[in-house]
Design a protein around this ligand. Sequence first.
Ligand code: 5GP
Ligand code: ZN
Length: 118
Amino acid sequence: MECIFCKIIEKKVPADILYEDDKVIVFKTIKPSAPIHLLAVPKKHIESIDYLLPEDSELIGDIFLIIKKIAREQGIDKSGYKVAINVGKGGGQEVFHIHFHLLGGWKNAKDRDIIGMP
Ligand code: 5GP
Ligand code: ZN
């Protein structure tokens, strides 16, 4: 399967992995849009939010708890952060394996504006 995130999950492509369990992996993006820019990715290949099924709801809930934990570990829980999801080509999605961008660590408030983030 020609999915870069599946390849990272299968360890066929290297990535800077910060967290992993049997269902979820969190790694650094190769093209950061913020001082801290991580991707939280379910191991199940789901193309986008548009392909979510009712049975995926627990998995998606778990990802938010993992994001909360990682944000604390990264020291951005108090300063605040963004969680962003691009959906479809028109929404800026480039990798069609659902993922949650975790962005934070800005020094200046003006740098927080990430509209247009790829
Ligand atoms: P999207 O635009 O689909 O919401 O976000 C795709 C994200 O995946 C971007 O942050 C992009 O930099 C990241 N990305 C694309 N290819 C790779 C890769 O091979 N390795 C890693 N670590 N990140 C990738
Ligand atoms: Zn995939």
